[in-house]
Design a binder for this molecule. Structure first.
Ligand code: SAH
Length: 357
């Protein structure tokens, strides 16, 4: 049993089964044994690879987006550039390099990184030490200084804990993590949930249907909407454009799918992002959102072709590795990154949204 599994088993014996969101929050963020708290999970030797780790082109094009967002905000002389869940800091480093092409933007920005993992915070400090821009770290958005804000996040939303509900003969019941023969096991809460907990469009379902909701969407939307000055944000993540029944909680370890309960704290746990629900939470808080677009469309729209040609021209010897990396980012097959990953832009006003790329 992993150290965390033993601790969770004790917690379940004391308090009863844990809803899936509580289990997920502890598996990822437990202060002593959580997955992100204790390691750098990225890269070939790690558990999974993200877009910024595949090619510098990704972060550079997000930099093009950020520069356009600065223009859309009316070129404020000082702007927060926030990243949620910056991983190794690679996206931000590539973004800042691209931002130098617009010196007034580069001079205006102060980098604010929101990260809960001490290991990854240290890694980000290393990566960004030579970026030549002031950087500050935060555990959540509440301490980010006031003022106009540009925010980017890649593969952040998928790490936010979800709750799951299963349709049964006596109504919707919450999925929980309990114990069976001393081991962690999925089960159902004894009592049915009030149907209001289920999004209206998903209440009609046959037995066995699963609904996932992400309560943190609303908290994030409120934190963004409550800021004192205009914002423009871009979220990139894997998920679906329309809410639907189905379960997407998944564990990944060593680049393979794993059993989410087998070794909590030692495998990455994510859920696909329900972009319809996320957009509804943002709209509910008073923000405006664009229609989600595929990662492929996002990157082409930001000038992927020109950027890749330029890089290939600078380093012809790296042409083949660049081509393979870019193909991976824009792969249009259903499970490919170009199509499974979506981007959604968010702004505090319709005028700002309209001016975003
Ligand atoms: N954006 C990076 C990393 C994605 S992995 C990339 O694309 O490579 C998810 C990141 O979010 C990690 O840095 C993780 O530590 C961080 N994270 C997870 N939950 C968080 C939370 N609630 N608040 C802040 N950061 C969080």
């Amino acid at each position: 049993m992993s150290a965390l599994a033993a601790e969770l088993a004790a917690l379940i014996r004391a308090e009863g089964p844990l809803p899936v969101d509580r289990f997920m929050a502890l598996a990822l963020g437990h202060p002593g044994h959580g997955y992100y708290t204790t390691r750098d999970p990225f890269g070939r030797a790690g558990d999974f690879v993200t877009a910024p780790e595949i090619s510098q082109v990704f972060g550079e094009l997000i930099g093009v987006w950020a520069a356009s967002a600065w223009e859309a905000l009316g070129r404020p002389p000082a702007v927060n550039l926030v990243e949620l869940g910056p991983g190794r800091g690679t996206l931000m480093a590539d973004l800042l390099r691209a931002a130098r092409a617009l010196p007034a933007f580069a001079a205006a920005l102060s980098v604010q990184l929101v990260e809960t993992s001490p290991v990854l915070t240290a890694r980000q400090r290393e990566t960004l030490a030579s970026a030549g821009v002031p950087c500050a770290w935060h555990r959540d958005l509440s301490t980010v200084p006031p003022g106009p804000t540009i925010l980017v996040a890649n593969e952040f939303l998928d790490a936010l804990p979800i709750r799951q509900f299963v349709m049964t003969a006596d109504g919707w019941r919450e999925r929980v993590v309990g114990l069976a023969d001393g081991a962690l096991a999925f089960g159902l809460a004894r009592d049915p949930m009030p149907v209001e907990v289920i999004p209206a469009g998903l209440r009609q379902a046959s037995p066995g249907a699963v609904v996932e909701i992400c309560p943190a969407f609303r908290a994030l939307a409120t934190a963004l909407a409550d800021r004192d000055a205009p914002i423009a944000a871009l979220f990139v993540d894997y998920g679906h454009v329309q809410s639907a029944h189905g379960e997407t909680l998944q564990a990944v370890k060593g680049h393979r799918f794993a059993d989410p309960l087998a070794a909590p704290g030692e495998a990455d746990l994510t859920a696909h992002v329900d972009f319809e629900a996320f957009a509804a939470a943002l709209a509910g808080a008073g923000l405006v959102t664009g229609a989600p677009v595929t990662q492929r469309a996002l990157l082409f729209g930001l000038g992927l072709r020109e950027r890749a040609e330029r890089l290939a021209g600078l380093r012809p010897e790296a042409f083949e590795s660049l081509r393979v990396a870019v193909e991976r980012l824009i792969n249009p097959e259903p499970a490919g990154m170009g199509s499974l990953f979506k981007a959604i832009s968010v702004a505090s006003s319709p005028a700002t949204l309209k001016a975003l790329p």
